[in-house]
Design a protein. Structure first.
Lengths: 383, 338
């Protein structure tokens, strides 16, 4: 079993992990790998990553789906699309889709709470991600690779739809369906009881209650389809056809975040299919997959018989030995941290370590190189 | 917006730190807290829920694992550094208790199932109760003196930080008057007062983190009134190869070639890569320095044996000194470690 099998078998791959570990790049590399192998693939990223757009040869990434010109890569057989989940734009698009009356739509788009929420991240982001995911899952792709926001908010994607569903079931939103004038307050009193009303007065004051009323009216109008879509997405996320890839670096703080995320996912009934440790080691051997953790000095030996003591070239060779030793020591720390982490993962979970590349990945061929490395079956480890 | 490089960070009541995940924000926060405690202050570290980063850092540093929860607990054996990790539900109770004056009533309201749904789904609730809890920490006093100072807040990823910082202003739009008015005024007062609050940025010397930091800085200048403190750049590596030795690299490359020494050729490639990385770091640091008008503190990566309290304190002291030494940054010499 390798990542190649996952890319071939699954129809949804969700990449989760802490920030700053190259998660978006790994997601894109996996999607590219699947596309090269012939699958019709979409990568849906989260961050407004200009660099990723450049790597994919696109002039930008936004809500719109754009085709990536993978036919420039030798042997590529499939198709790759890319889009970015733009919270604010997606929200507005959603409102446009569900409202037919222009005046109603304008009122929603102008609602200040709506504007606050559509610009914020967190739970609001998760609602949109859920809706967008529902959209693309029905769009005829063989595989969708979903990038997620860093650590804690990845869990929101799983929790938020449930939260909203509970919220709608409990009927709280019903209190807020706007009725003109003092009617709202009466209704609040009637339905929610004195405590809730008093609380809201305390919490917010009438201006905010009114805005909240309008705001929840939006969600009431979403309600019909929303719950079904939320449930559909929750089913898909837990289906066998979906896979979760946990991406981390080999650094202790990232691994701690990854552990938190792993536990949170498992607690929600999600199985992690693969753990990718990105930039986990500096290659120091002819075999780029070998993780060298101890490097004896060897450069300085070349000085003997060539350079006399005090020759700057001797010192240079000694510094090069020190550099290599330091890189090996870093590799060892990383390898131990990864081992500790990997031991606690499920047996069935794939573990893949990716080296630091000598050069920054800048274009499609470089991304394909990362994809090849991710999918390499052979994973050897130094003793 | 004006940086005040000459007033040290630790004078302030509220020190906010932001930066993308993985840039080592928590390490800087922990280091400054340890140094603050060593100076006789009463530091409180505040995390905003979910992650347990600080717990791990202090477990590594002290060898004792302390569960950090919603209310402050000491995280060092000498009880000089305290930490809290805010919990949404508890912060809601705190908030309500502050509003209705009766904690039991607040608990009853907060445990109402329907209202819990409301709190979780309604926008801005998390941000309001979080800001409120920070204000409560700031106001807390023991025998007539502030209980905490400085309060070091490990803000979440930049998006959340911006959301939090925007919140008073956005609510300001919504609330001409009403019960929240007083809170908004108090928060706005606290967060915009440069004598009490400073927001510092943390980043890494990498292309993406630097770009994001520049963008964040621009947004902060455009939309927010939170006074800025310093810019911390973590994990700045020591120079890979001494500058005066670099001109000799081509000679060694020629030797590797002529004498057919593949090992040496590979090692030289490693050196070239390290030098290229080094130059990129210097370019990026220069760019930060050019475009961000804040004291710039370049910090080394902690070595494995430096994750103890002494190591954290050294890092904290370096961070503090560098952040007050504007504007020319000094790369922390590895020799100073000894």
């Amino acid at each position: 079993m390798s990542l190649t099998d996952l890319l071939q078998d699954k129809s949804l791959l969700v990449c989760v992990g802490p920030g700053g570990v190259g998660k978006t790049t790994v997601a894109a590399a996996l999607a590219l790998q699947a596309a090269r192998a012939g699958r019709r693939t979409l990568v849906l990223t989260i961050d407004p990553a200009r660099r990723l757009a450049a790597m994919l040869g696109l002039d930008g990434l936004d809500d719109a789906v754009r085709p990536v010109a993978i036919d420039t890569l030798p042997g590529a057989r499939g198709h790759l699309d890319a889009a970015m989940l733009d919270t604010s734009a997606s929200y507005d698009a959603l409102i446009h889709r569900i409202t037919s009356d222009p005046a109603h739509r304008q009122r929603i788009l102008g609602n200040r709470l709506y504007r606050v929420m559509s610009r914020s991240f967190g739970a609001a982001h998760a609602y949109v991600a859920m809706e967008r995911l529902h959209d693309v899952l029905g769009a005829g792709y063989d595989l969708v690779v979903l990038d997620t926001p860093p650590t804690r908010n990845a869990l929101d994607i799983l929790d938020a739809p449930n939260r909203l569903a509970t919220f709608l079931e409990d009927g709280v939103a019903k209190w807020f369906v706007p009725t003109p004038g003092p009617g709202l307050r009466r209704r609040l009193l009637a339905r929610g009881g004195a405590a809730a009303s008093k609380l809201l007065g305390k919490l917010a004051g009438d201006a905010l209650v009114h805005e909240l009323g309008e705001f929840f009216a939006v969600f009431m109008s979403l309600r019909e389809g929303f719950q079904q879509r939320a449930e559909a997405v929750q089913r898909v996320l837990r289906a066998d056809s979906s896979g979760f890839v946990l991406v981390s670096s080999a650094l202790a703080p990232n691994l701690a975040d990854a552990r938190f995320l792993h536990d949170g996912l498992v607690a929600r009934g999600i199985r992690i299919d693969a753990a990718v440790f990105n930039r986990a080691y500096t290659p120091l051997s002819d075999d780029p997959e070998e993780i060298v953790t101890v490097a004896a000095p060897r450069a300085l030996a070349h000085a003997d018989g060539r350079f006399v003591a005090g020759d700057p070239r001797r010192r240079l060779l000694a510094q090069i030995d020190a550099l290599r030793a330091a890189a090996a020591a870093d590799n060892q720390i990383a390898a131990r941290a990864v081992d500790r982490f990997a031991r606690e993962l499920e047996q069935t979970c794939l573990k893949v370590q990716v080296p630091t590349f000598a050069r920054e990945l800048r274009d499609l061929p470089a991304l394909a190189q990362l994809g090849d490395r991710l999918c390499a079956d052979r994973r050897r480890r130094a003793a | 917006m004006d940086p005040e490089p000459l007033r040290p960070l630790l004078d302030r009541r509220l020190l906010l730190f932001t930066g993308k995940g993985g840039v080592g924000k928590s390490t800087v926060v922990a280091a400054l807290a340890v140094e603050a405690a060593a100076r006789g202050l009463h530091p409180l570290i505040v995390e905003l829920g979910h992650r347990a980063t600080m717990q791990g850092i202090f477990a590594d540093a002290t060898g004792v694992r302390v569960d950090i929860g919603h209310e402050p607990v000491p995280v060092t054996v000498d009880r000089t550094v305290w930490a809290a990790n805010l919990d949404l539900e508890a912060a809601i109770v705190d908030y309500l208790a502050d509003q209705v004056r009766l904690r039991s009533v607040a608990r009853a309201i907060a445990s109402n199932r329907a209202l819990q749904g409301l709190f979780r789904a309604a926008p801005a609730v998390r941000e309001i109760v979080t800001l409120n809890k920070l204000r409560l920490f700031e106001r807390a006093s023991t025998r007539g003196r502030p209980t905490w100072g400085p309060i070091l807040v490990d803000l979440d990823a930049t998006g959340h930080a911006l959301m939090l910082l925007e919140m008073p202003r956005m609510l300001d739009e919504l609330l001409a008057d009403g019960p929240l008015r007083g809170l908004i005024d108090a928060l706005t007062g606290l967060f915009t007062d440069p004598t009490r609050t400073l927001l510092s940025l943390v980043t890494l010397p990498g292309e993406i983190p630097v770009q994001e930091t520049l963008e964040l800085y621009q947004r902060l200048g455009g939309e927010h009134r939170v006074p800025l403190g310093a810019l911390f750049v973590n994990d700045v590596p020591p120079p890979a190869i001494a500058g005066e030795l670099r001109p000799h690299l081509p000679e060694l490359a020629a030797l590797a070639d002529h004498a057919n020494l593949p090992d040496l050729a590979a090692d030289l490639q490693l050196a070239e890569q390290a030098i290229a990385r080094d130059e990129q770091v210097l370019t990026l640091v220069a760019r930060l320095q050019r475009e961000i008008d804040l004291p710039l503190a370049l910090l080394p990566r902690l070595l494995p044996h430096e994750h103890d309290l002494a190591g954290l304190q050294r890092l904290g002291r370096a961070a503090l000194v560098a952040s007050a030494r504007s504007p020319s940054p000094v790369r922390w010499d590895m020799q100073e470690r000894a």
